[in-house]
Structures are given as C-alpha cells and as structure tokens.
Design a binder for this molecule. Structure first.
Ligand SMILES: NC(=O)c1ccc[n+]([C@@H]2O[C@H](COP(=O)([O-])OP(=O)(O)OC[C@H]3O[C@@H](n4cnc5c(N)ncnc54)[C@H](OP(=O)(O)O)[C@@H]3O)[C@@H](O)[C@H]2O)c1
Length: 403
C-alpha cells in the first residue's frame, strides 16, 4: 500500500507504558490530535488506553493489539506509515512487531537498549526489510541518541575544521540527573536472565562490534573503562558508565554502515567523569566499586529475584517533578590522526531516561518520515543525520556545541 494511502502517519504502540504516557503527552503538545500528523495510540488493554487518552487529552484513534498477536500486528502495520514502540523488554515482546514491520515495508523506531536482541532482529529481518523498504531504527532514546548523534556531530565538525575525521573519540558523562523506571529495570534483568541461561549471549554482549554489518563484526581493540583511570583529554578521572555497552555498539554499527569513514583503527569509549585531584579519584573508585557490586548482584539469580521485588515495577518511574528537574551534560573529546583535538558538549533539558527520551523518540519518527534512507536496519545517525540534530535542538531541548 502506498504510504499516503495509510490511515495513520504514526502509531504509538505501548502508549500505556511509563515512557509511552510521557510520549503521548508530547505528541499532543507537538502535533495536536487533528493536526498535520495523523497518529493513534495502541496497546494490549483498551481500558488503559482510554485512560491514557483521557489523561493526556489525546483525541486520537485507539488500537487494541497484543505484542504476541502476529495477525493483529500485521493489521496495525498495514494501516500506518510508522510504528513507535515502547513495549519492552523488547527481547520478550518486540520480535513479532519487528517481523510485521519488515513484512509491511513501513518505518519503525524504538527505545531498546538490548544489543543481543537487536543483533537477532538484524540477522533475521535485514534482507526482508531491504526488499520491502521497511526502515527500522532501534535505540532512539537516551540509549543511544546522545552518543550516536554526538559522534556524528564531532566527526562532521572535525571534517570541516581539520579536513579529516577523529580517529579516536572518548565520551564522558559530566553530569546527569534522573531516575529509572520499572520497564528499564525489567529490560536489564531480562538481559541478565538470558545471558546466564545462554553463554553464547555473553560473547555477543562482550563484542564491541556485535551490531556491525554481518562480516564486519571484529576490529581493533576498543577502550573499555572498567576501573578508575585519569584521562588527559577530559582532564578528569573516569569511572565506568553503565550504558557504554549498548551505546558503543550502536556507534560501531554507524561506522560499519557508513563503510568505515573514520578509519579501520577508529576507537570510541564511554565513561563517567568524576573530576580531577584526589576527590575525583576517590569518586571514580567509589563509582566503579558501586557499579561492580550492582552488576555482580544483578548477575546472581537469587539476588536478582529479590531486587525485582524492591525496585520500581513496570509502569512506575520518576515523578513529573523529577523529570522536570532532570538533565544531562555529556562531553566528547576527539583526536585526529594528525593530532588535532576537539571537544564537544551535548546536553538535554529533562531527565535523560524519560522526558528527554520521549522527545528524542518522537522526533526520530518525524525525521525518519522525511529521510531518504532505503529499507534496512539503521542507526539514528545513519537514518536521520543532520536533520535529526536540527530537530533535537529545535524540539527536544538538546544542545550540540563545540566547546
Ligand atoms: N533507550 C532508553 O533510553 C530508554 C528509556 C526508557 C525506557 N526504555 C525502554 O523502553 C521500554 C519501556 O519502558 P517503560 O518503563 O515505559 O516500561 P513499562 O512502563 O513497564 O511498560 C511496558 C509496556 O509494555 C506493554 N506490554 C507488555 N506486554 C505486552 C504485550 N504482550 N502486548 C502489548 N503490550 C505489552 C505494557 O502494557 P500494559 O500497560 O497493558 O501492561 C506497557 O505499555 C523498556 O524496554 C525500557 O527498557 C529505554
């Protein structure tokens, strides 16, 4: 069916999720209920959908469909140009939808931070997506937009200023304030469950090139901050960053899809800045120890099940006040092969994981509609490029600057 003949431009699948409700509010503010963009909300529970519509003022169509209902998903995809999905953990509930999207030849964006599932989807459906023209872009939230678009921005600037790209980039989170939702915790727990049941998954999760094109899944060793280390470029001590394992994989997929324009020796790492001097060192040590013990605890089945009972449940997350008071400030330090250096700052004006994420996700869908990318699995940078940076700055409260 040609794009213009479909009933909806966008269907928001998972509107009842914690982040889906914030996204629905944002869609109402950004597009209205009967503006130029025709959109609908979808989920498995009609009553909950009606409640979300009433709470957010979304006077739009409502579609009731379960993530397990392949025929229902195919029907939904037949009548829309783009599905935004916030139904997660994606490894549990996302695969049938990706199959339906690939078959229908439509656009799709999501918030997954689960590299093993993304690799599974790419390997299963890339060929079909190319045939049908389906454009699938995972990780359009805080995982991994600031990283992927930050690197894109740094490389664009390096090329313009120095005539060559950076051969190495280090990203460090200078400051961030927010909280976690039950859905995010459920996704992390599920990834740990799957990895402990299937050792081959641990290999996938450990490979920085796990999401690169098939046949391109190896390369030079990559920096991996697991212990406190002082970094001259950032002039700060660094500690491990929990989302590096997803974000770096997305950045290396971008590099692979682009055909290695930053060189075969390109390196990219992510960490958290803790400041300089003795206090920076002490904070780096404390952060590293806290993260190591949290990951150790989550990896241990019995502790994982106890943690599941005390952490936020699916549907719960940071309060509107916390979202409003949240922010992030991320630094990129790039160096070219000739030794030129560049520092960039990427910031967001709301809590990273929810209010900012919802805005990034909505703008990814809108920007994708105008992208000339062909069918296939893309990353935010390769599908959306400079137009997405413009949209993020104009609508999503992000900034991209050379410091
Ligand atoms: N990339 C990022 O930065 C980022 C940020 C935030 C969240 N996330 C991810 O986004 C996802 C959503 O997070 P969240 O906290 O909003 O999750 P949540 O509140 O737990 O919501 C989960 C959603 O999935 C729906 N669902 C579950 N099983 C379903 C099924 N069989 N059929 C249809 N719908 C089903 C739920 O529907 P009901 O309401 O009917 O139960 C709900 O809408 C998670 O995977 C999380 O990891 C990523």
């Amino acid at each position: 069916m040609p794009r213009s003949a479909r009933t909806h431009d966008v269907v928001l699948f998972g509107a009842t999720s914690f982040v889906g409700q914030i996204l629905t509010q944002y869609m109402v503010r950004r597009h209205g209920s009967d503006g130029d963009v025709s959109w609908a909300i979808a989920g498995r529970n009609g009553e909950k959908l009606a409640e979300v519509a009433a709470n957010t003022g979304a006077a739009v169509d409502r579609i009731v469909v379960d993530a397990d209902d392949a025929a229902g998903l195919a029907e939904m995809c037949a009548h829309t140009n783009c599905v935004i999905s916030t139904v997660g953990p994606y490894a549990l509930y996302g695969s049938k939808l990706v199959a339906a999207v690939a078959e229908a030849g439509i656009d799709y964006v999501d918030l997954t931070g689960e590299p093993h599932w993304m690799q599974r989807m790419i390997d299963r459906y890339q060929d079909r997506a190319v045939e049908t023209g389906a454009r699938i872009v995972h990780s359009c939230g805080f995982d991994s937009v600031p990283s992927d678009m930050g690197v894109w921005f740094v490389q664009r600037e390096a090329q313009e200023r120095f005539g060559e790209p950076c051969s190495s980039i280090s990203m460090a989170v200078k400051a961030a304030k927010g909280g976690a939702s039950g859905g995010t915790i459920a996704s992390m727990m599920n990834m740990m469950e799957e990895a402990s049941a299937d050792p081959s998954l641990r290999e996938i999760l450990a490979n920085p090139y796990a999401l690169a094109e098939t046949g391109d899944r190896s390369g030079v060793d990559q920096p991996n901050v697991t212990l406190p280390v002082y970094d001259d470029g950032h002039e700060s001590w660094l500690a491990p960053f929990v989302m590096a394992a997803t974000n770096t994989r997305v950045v290396f997929r971008t590099h692979s899809l682009l055909g290695h324009p930053w060189g075969d020796d390109f390196t990219y790492g992510e960490a958290m800045m803790t400041g300089d001097g003795w206090s920076g060192r002490a904070k780096a040590m404390a952060t590293s120890a806290a993260l190591a013990s949290a990951m150790g605890a989550v990896a241990f089945g019995p502790i994982r099940s106890v943690m599941g009972k005390v952490l936020p449940e699916p549907g719960e997350g940071p309060s509107p006040e916390k979202q409003e008071a949240g922010f992030f400030d991320i630094r990129f330090h790039g160096t070219t092969a000739s030794g030129d250096e560049l520092t960039a700052t990427v910031t967001g004006d709301r809590d990273p994981g929810y209010a900012s994420t919802a805005k990034m996700l909505a703008e990814a869908a809108t920007t994708l509609a105008d992208s000339d990318a062909a069918g296939g699995f893309w990353t935010p940078a390769t599908a959306l490029g400079d137009a997405y940076i413009d949209a993020l700055v104009e609508h999503s409260g992000l900034t991209f600057d050379i410091t």
